[in-house]
Ligand binder design. Structure first.
Ligand code: ZN
Length: 369
């Protein structure tokens, strides 16, 4: 698979052992052919429904846990109809499974036997699940302070769980050292371009589930931005093929206490600078001080006509409860996105159709709100 570096433009045949370019940039997935709906495998209700459209025809008989094709449910939100994409219905309980199911099969086929990953919980649980399914050996570096339910989930799948004291960024440093020293491949949800190919399926599902008529805006909680970037790539493919007239406005949501993308967006910057975390957010999945693909995230937000919105801890807690009392049991990280609905409607107008990604299960971080 031909990839190119987002920073220096270097092209390479993707070797998973070189998880990023020598210049430090992230590998971008290759340019893809036009999206041809005839290539959708209509009988398949997993991410592999789009196998040929992801450019991964070479992966034969992929091992699946059934990631993808999550429900899209419409509910009333203070008088406005809002669609909720229930990513928490995924096999390990988060949206990460879309990318991980594809990435794990790719790594297995590339002859990789051992992987490492750093995670606040969801990516680690996802990789641990797919390591178990595909026979990869996995070590997951997670913060000591991660939700006990997520840590238990990682361990019970059989992964080697390494608890790292200190902030979330200490896990990244520990895993980078491990990847540099050992034989294991850094199967990073932030760096791996195959993971992003899998995340595109979110956009294509939205398109199919809406009968081709996409909502005006899509609201996503953003840490590393894998779902936002995957969705943007997927929508762009639909636009290029003439199947849609516009891409939904993409809104990234971050907690007020740690919002590096917001700072860069409103300062008119093209790169995201490292932010200092003032306090721990309830939205633990968003504890990223500097996203790897920050430049691309800013580009996606600006080109789609969207923005970054921030929410307070009190809003996250309140909306977590409001979601639950409508029947949606999402983790606080997902509640952050829903907490921005009011701000989005102020921008788009109350009659606009908007969709929210509920990215992770409430079972992972129980909270009584
Ligand atoms: Zn480079």
């Amino acid at each position: 698979m031909q990839v190119f570096c987002d920073r220096c433009g270097k092209q390479a045949d993707f070797n998973p052992k070189e998880f990023r370019c020598a210049c430090g940039g992230a590998w971008e997935p290759p340019e893809q052919a036009d999206f041809n709906p005839k290539k959708i495998d209509q009988g398949n209700h997993t991410v592999w429904r789009y196998r040929e459209l992801m450019g991964l025809e070479a992966i034969d008989n992929p091992l699946t846990l059934g990631a993808g094709w999550t429900p899209l449910v419409e509910a009333d939100w203070d008088g406005s109809p809002v669609s909720f994409k229930l990513e928490y219905m995924a096999p390990s309980g988060s949206f990460k499974d879309r990318g991980t199911e594809v990435e794990a099969n790719f790594l297995k086929q590339a002859g990789i036997s051992e992987v490492v990953e750093d995670s606040s919980g969801n990516a680690g649980a996802s990789l641990a699940a797919y390591a178990a399914r595909t026979g990869l050996r996995a070590a997951i570096y997670a913060p000591e302070s991660a939700s006990p339910a997520k840590l238990a989930q990682i361990a019970v799948y059989g992964a080697d769980l390494r608890l790292i004291p200190g902030p979330r960024s200490a896990c990244t440093q520990a895993v980078l050292q491990a990847a540099a020293a050992g034989a294991a491949v850094y199967a990073s949800h932030a760096y791996n371009p195959v993971y992003l190919l899998g995340q595109q399926t979110f956009a294509w599902e939205m398109w199919e589930q809406n009968g081709g008529n996409l909502p005006e805006a899509l609201v996503i909680p953003v840490g590393q931005g894998g779902l936002l970037l995957g969705a943007w790539m997927g929508f762009t493919r639909l636009l290029q093929a003439g199947l849609i007239g516009r891409i939904p406005k993409l809104f990234a949501v971050q907690p007020e206490v740690l919002a590096p993308i917001s700072a860069a967006f409103y300062a008119g910057e093209e790169e995201v600078a490292e932010a200092a975390s003032k306090e721990k957010s309830l939205a633990e999945g968003l504890a990223i001080v500097k996203p790897v693909r920050g430049r691309r995230i800013l580009q996606a937000l600006r080109e789609s006509g969207g923005a970054v919105l921030t929410v307070s801890e009190a809003q996250i807690r309140k909306v977590h409860g409001e979601l639950a009392r409508k029947g949606f049991y999402a983790e606080p990280t997902s509640a952050a996105a829903a907490a921005a609905i009011e701000q989005v409607l102020k921008i788009t107008g109350n009659n606009a159709r908007i969709a929210i990604a509920l990215t992770g299960s409430g079972l992972k971080s129980p909270m009584n709100s």
